[in-house]
Design a protein around this ligand. Structure first.
Ligand code: ATP
Ligand code: MG
Length: 306
């Protein structure tokens, strides 16, 4: 099947193309004035690349402000997805150059996310993100106690059903800012699906606040900003997204979903050695979702409206 698809696939070379971005799964090159290509690391299966492109296309069609996606191509031993080149810079880069605008941009991110969470989608065209997390719980089950599995399951089961879109990895390096149009755009839609807004807010909290608690010096690597700036922006996202009276509770809830996502991290790493998974689980017991002191009652009892 893969071979059949490859025959029809356009081949491209990125020799001499400028690298404009580098991330966890590969490199982004400028192809010409109109297009860029995201080349995935060798070994990333064709289906993964096609799936990211499929999500990006469906998102664009559903009205999500993002780049137009073109085709999937072969680049040497790797696959790549071709996208419209956004005439914009990452919001991280913009804030590094304009630190006095961090708070304003945090608020705009909050509004952008809230608008995104209003977009209803055809659930046949997007992934059910809660189901994905519950599948991760199942994969982790053999490393966890029954209480731990129940605690993880409970935070996902208590969310109401939604058919609205969520980004899945929303932070200032996955948002681009066009100064010309004064517009924010989403990129990096690999984790986009439909589901409760708290799943999205949790993912953002994880990257912008939780990671930095233990290792603040790593914040520039994750989101391209100092931890202090990250916290300031996250605070502004929350203050724009929620009514003043709800912010404190919202922050606690986002933290719970962020910690839960982190505890399930080994489930997304292909063939992670069992000892490494156990080491990770011990860490999450020492300080994290699996710690006895991490109380999930706020999630189970919340009356916050989304
Ligand atoms: N459509 C685009 N137009 C212009 N620049 C882009 C575009 N898409 C991505 N970039 C640049 O490439 C960088 C990496 O892109 P992206 O976030 O999609 O990949 P990634 O972080 O490697 O992905 P992943 O999180 O899946 O590993 C961005 O931060 C941005 O600078
Ligand atoms: Mg990215």
């Amino acid at each position: 099947m893969e071979k059949e698809q490859e025959k029809k696939m356009r081949e491209l070379s990125v020799a001499g193309c400028e690298v404009i971005g580098e991330g966890a799964v590969g490199k982004v090159y400028r192809l010409d004035d109109e297009t860029i290509i995201k080349v995935f690391a060798p070994g990333v299966p064709l289906e993964v690349v096609q799936e990211e492109k499929r999500i990006a296309k469906n998102a664009f069609v559903a009205g999500v402000p993002t780049a137009i996606s073109f085709d999937v191509v072969k680049v040497g031993e790797s696959y790549g997805a071709v996208y419209e080149m956004l005439r914009a810079k990452t919001l991280s880069a913009f804030i590094r150059e304009n630190p006095d605008r961090a708070a304003e941009m945090g608020k705009r991110m909050g509004r952008l996310l809230k608008e995104l969470h209003k977009i209803e989608v055809d659930t046949n065209k997007f992934v059910d993100v809660r189901a994905l997390f519950k599948e991760r719980v199942r994969r982790m089950e053999k490393f966890l106690t029954k209480e731990e599995t129940d605690k993880l399951t409970a935070v996902y089961d208590c969310l109401d059903e939604r058919n609205t879109v969520m980004h899945g990895d929303f932070h200032p390096k996955n948002v681009m800012y066009s100064e010309k149009n004064d517009e924010l755009l989403f990129i990096d839609l690999a984790d986009m699906g439909y589901g409760h807004p708290l799943l999205d807010l949790g993912a953002t909290c994880l990257v912008m606040e939780v990671f930095g608690r233990a290792t603040p010096e790593r914040s520039p690597h994750f989101i391209g900003l100092e931890y202090k700036t990250s916290l300031e922006i996250w605070g502004n996202i929350l203050s724009e997204y929620f009514d003043a009276a709800d912010i404190k509770e919202a922050k606690i809830l986002a933290d719970i979903y962020g910690q839960a996502k982190f505890a399930l991290f080994p489930a997304i790493i292909p063939n992670m050695p069992q000892n490494d998974v156990m080491g990770f689980v011990m860490g999450a017991r020492a300080r994290g979702f699996l710690n006895k002191d991490l109380d999930i009652t706020p999630a189970l009892k919340t009356s916050l409206k989304f």
